[in-house]
Design a protein around this ligand. Sequence first.
Ligand SMILES: [Zn+2]
Length: 252
Amino acid sequence: MQNFWPAIFFAIFGAIFGSAAGALIFRLNFDEKIFFDRSRCRSCGRQLRAKNLVPIFSFFFSRGRCAFCGAKIPQFFFIIEIFFAALFFIFAQKFFGQKIFFEKISLAIFAGILLFYDAKFFVVDRRISLPAIFSAAIFAIFRLDFFDFFSAAALGFSFFWLQNFFSRGKWVGDGDADFGAFFGFCVGLKNFFPAIFFAYFFGAIFGIFLIFFRDAGRKTPLPMGAFLMPALIFFIFDGEKFSAIFWKIFGI
Ligand SMILES: [Zn+2]
């Protein structure tokens, strides 16, 4: 645990970031003002007090309810705070003090926001996906094997665009090609197939879970981003390692 204290610091920052990310996702989705507006209860509309804005802990203090009207605060906000606290901790633990840290954490942040947005609202918001793709492309330009990453982005984009086109949006949504491009820019061609395999593997488990436990049935559209992004975060963290696991499983 060489970077333990920096990682703790980043975990606290991550919880605050997760809180802001949760608010951002809701505000973008409902086309509300993004900045300079304190969070409100979505039932009674009253502004939350400062003590209700402490990430993670306020959920326990308030027992997940609004202090004014008693309406339940969606667990979404609690889960996204925990998620980003853990994400920042794990990435800081491994990469703090290295040049690559900023790149890794930036890509993981975009993947995390896309994940929660899609899981919650089943949409790909271009106001998030385009900056994500653009940033990933900029990072890719500065790599020695940049061609590998641009090819992967093109492949990822086409892979989902074609599925969307031929299924007329039934299996794969309109914005899912954006996920493909972002995915490709992050993992590169070398790790593309192992990463896609893990994504579909997680996706299958998650899909089965939904069908059995949530009575979702087959017709429920499955959020592609919620499948792709968890695997992608693992590959952003250490693509070589997870690729090696993949090749080992298939004995190549
Ligand atoms: Zn309320």
